[in-house]
Write a protein that binds this ligand. Structure first.
Ligand code: FAD
Length: 119
């Protein structure tokens, strides 16, 4: 039942967070305003500060410092989050994702086969 679940662990928080981040990037404006860019950059910095897994947050902060968010266009942002996710994948020994916009949109924005992804 709905209200008896256990608190989320590191992996559940991870999958949920990546789902939100890649989806936000997928639906980010193609031509963002200066304020859009500023808010997105600040969102990423806040996330890196408050991410609820201390050592994950420490590494994420370092990675964001080395490669600051690219929020000039939707495509730039999608690819930037993909690269960030791949840094974590690499660290954890998981397969790397192909960070091309078509592959990212297929996974996070539109389905190549609509029947496959119907609710
Ligand atoms: P996830 O890695 O959560 O991926 C979910 C889905 O995203 C995949 O099934 C795939 O379809 C898609 N995907 C995979 N790679 C990409 C990509 N590059 N671009 C776009 N889509 C992709 N865990 C730790 O143990 N240590 C850490 O230091 C750590 N740091 C993290 C930092 C951040 C900012 C976040 C959000 C998560 C972090 N995690 C960390 C969690 C970790 O990334 C995974 O979420 C967790 O291990 C569960 O992995 P998963 O294999 O279920 O899929």
């Amino acid at each position: 039942g709905g209200y008896t679940a256990c608190p989320p662990g590191k992996d559940e928080i991870g999958v949920s967070t990546w789902t939100l981040l890649h989806s936000m990037a997928a639906w980010y404006p193609k031509q963002p305003s200066d304020q859009d860019k500023e808010f997105m950059t600040n969102f990423v910095k806040s996330l890196a500060r408050f991410y609820p897994c201390t050592w994950c947050a420490t590494d994420f902060q370092k990675n964001v410092d080395l490669s600051p968010p690219r929020a000039d266009t939707r495509e730039d942002l999608c690819i930037w989050f993909c690269e960030q996710h791949n840094l974590v994948n690499k660290k954890l020994g998981k397969p790397l994702f192909d960070c091309t916009i078509n592959k990212l949109d297929e996974r996070w924005k539109k389905s190549s086969d609509p029947k496959k992804c119907q609710e």
